[in-house]
Design a protein around this ligand. Structure first.
Ligand SMILES: NC(=O)c1ccc[n+]([C@@H]2O[C@H](COP(=O)([O-])OP(=O)(O)OC[C@H]3O[C@@H](n4cnc5c(N)ncnc54)[C@H](O)[C@@H]3O)[C@@H](O)[C@H]2O)c1
Length: 271
């Protein structure tokens, strides 16, 4: 029975996945730099800082597959992104190689491609257009995944997660929302599918307003059940209370694009 490691186990997604994955992978080891508040007695948990290689080597010992959620999950100062997302992600893949781990599912993000306009439907083969230092770190993680797959035969799935939660909370989320059950489906493809070598999927549910061509995920059997449109009225009512954001509302990455923006706004509308 596969032994699975979940990093970032104390976070928002990790907390949900610990519960949802335990019946599927009873031998689940969780890790984070902080102890989950709701940790149960029957869970295996190991404290580790991803920026420390010796600690990462310890958590991957004896593991068959990793779900790598750990890291700074929004825009942040360079030093934070560097330690948790760049060095941390390198340590994770390199420790996995050294210890013979066969599979890694990497939590990438829509912010790796956030500077694509919303009217532009994109597949997973487009050039990355990160919208933040955070987005750059996710593009870096995808590149690391490709390297370890090509050079070392690791099986790697990068999930460009949209927005995880029980429901979409504004207009942008109507296009990029992913339900917990649909994310579990995607993770299981990464950990179990026999044809997988290296792929990038979008982590989105069956959303009518999606900006993404996610046919690769469908080719692997992904059948999302979440439908953002079921929450349309609530999400649009919440959107109406938000201040206008001409840059953020134009691009897929939303406020990640407008934050710190001091580029040439007149060129924006031509992209
Ligand atoms: N929540 C979303 O909608 C979403 C969207 C796109 C991508 N993602 C990605 O999915 C992952 C999980 O997201 P989340 O919303 O649960 O984030 P979160 O911030 O709630 O959880 C991240 C966890 O990583 C841990 N962590 C950070 N730095 C660490 C380090 N150096 N060593 C060990 N642990 C460290 C934190 O303690 C935290 O518990 C993240 O990588 C995030 O970038 C999330």
């Amino acid at each position: 029975m596969a032994r699975i490691l979940l990093t970032g186990a104390a976070g928002g997604i990790g907390t949900r996945l610990r519960t949802l994955l335990k019946p599927i992978y009873p031998r689940l080891r969780s890790s984070d730099m902080r102890r989950p508040a709701d940790l149960r007695n029957d869970e295996e948990f190991v404290l580790a800082d991803l920026s420390q290689m010796d600690e990462v080597e310890r958590i991957v010992e004896g593991i068959d597959g990793i779900i790598h959620l750990g890291g700074h999950s929004t825009e942040g100062p360079w030093e934070t992104i560097l330690q948790s997302n760049i060095i941390g992600c390198y340590n994770l893949f390199e420790a996995a190689r050294r210890k013979g781990v066969k599979r890694v599912v990497f939590a990438s993000s829509n912010h790796a491609v956030g500077f694509y306009p919303r009217h532009h439907r994109i597949g997973t083969d487009v050039t990355v257009r990160p919208d933040s230092r955070y987005g750059v770190s996710k593009a870096f993680g995808e590149a690391l995944g490709a390297l370890y797959a090509e050079k070392h035969g690791m099986r790697v799935l990068c999930l460009r997660i949209g927005n995880f939660g029980d429901k979409p909370i504004d207009q942008r989320r109507l296009a990029i929302w992913v339900s917990p059950d649909d994310l579990v489906q995607l993770v299981r493809i990464g950990l179990e599918h026999s044809d997988l070598r290296f792929e990038i999927f979008y982590g989105g549910s069956d959303n009518e307003r999606s900006w993404w061509d996610n046919h690769t995920a469908h080719d692997y059997g992904y059948r999302p059940t979440g439908k953002a449109e079921a929450f349309r009225d609530e999400a649009l009512a919440a959107q109406a209370k938000l201040p206008p954001d001409p840059i953020g509302d134009y691009f897929q990455g939303g406020t990640f694009c407008s934050a710190e923006f001091d580029g040439d706004a007149s060129r924006v509308w031509k992209t």
